[in-house]
Write a protein that binds this ligand. Structure first.
Ligand code: URA
Length: 239
């Protein structure tokens, strides 16, 4: 696929199309080592585009994995409050970034930030059955009744939920792995609350088959590779 050079510059440098034209006119842009001033020039993946001698990426969309810290909101516009998009460093910023799905302010862990609306829709839609894995720390141990209710498809406020996974991972049963294939408001907290348990901490560890990179400190992020995108979306028939 090819695109106009001014459009690519505007997106990759997070500048307006008019500003991109100015940058082009000033002779700072080269395509395959030849100075290019015409914004209508068509460029594709195979072209090396540089500004002031520095190569820029041409990828149409980006996919970023962030280890969300507590205290920031999962939105692109926090109306004055700090968002996960604000935490993306300047050299990875671009227009149209948003988090694919919401974690509560106090929930930590894997947030996927992208500018690809169709991809975000696909991984969030319950019809695609892409599991999201959480580690929940509770004020009381998981019991067999909870496990049966999670796994059987519990009824919450009159709504029958999709089957979910629940498995204690600590000796005393107060830390548990939860696997959901849908993302209702405060879903994990509400599922435990139905059983009289309070979630003290919630951390998302995986989306589909892709685990949160344990090298990312809270607030840090990195690009997700094309191969890893495949790990998120590979088919899950059971959980
Ligand atoms: N369920 C919750 O209760 N909170 C989250 O942030 C995610 C899932």
């Amino acid at each position: 696929m090819t695109e106009r050079l001014d459009k690519i510059l505007s997106r990759q440098l997070n500048i307006t199309r008019a500003r991109a034209k100015e940058v082009l006119r000033s002779g700072r842009v080269a395509v395959n080592d030849v100075t290019q001033q015409d914004g209508s020039t068509k460029c594709g993946d195979a072209d090396a585009i540089s500004v002031d001698g520095k190569l820029i990426t041409v990828a149409r969309y980006v996919y970023i994995m962030m280890n969300k810290p507590a205290g920031v909101i999962s939105a692109s516009d926090g109306k004055g409050e700090k968002t996960v998009v604000d935490l993306v460093p300047d050299n990875m910023q671009r227009r149209g970034l948003f988090p694919a799905g919401r974690l509560d302010r106090d929930t930590t862990g894997f947030v996927l930030i992208t500018d690809d609306g169709e991809f975000a829709h696909n991984i969030l839609s319950p019809v695609h059955h892409i599991p999201k894995t959480y580690i929940a720390t509770l004020d009381k141990p998981v019991d067999d009744g909870m496990i049966a209710d999670f796994e059987g498809g519990m009824t919450l406020n009159g709504r029958v939920l999709l089957e979910a996974g629940l498995e204690p991972v600590s000796h005393d049963g107060t830390v548990a792995r939860v696997v959901l294939r849908q993302g209702l408001y405060h879903q994990v907290k509400r599922m435990f609350a139905k059983h009289g348990a309070t979630v003290l901490q919630l951390h998302r560890t995986a989306m589909g088959g892709l685990e949160l990179d344990d090298g990312l400190l809270p607030g840090e992020c990195r690009y997700i590779t094309a191969d890893e995108i495949g790990q998120i979306t590979k088919k899950f028939d059971s959980i």
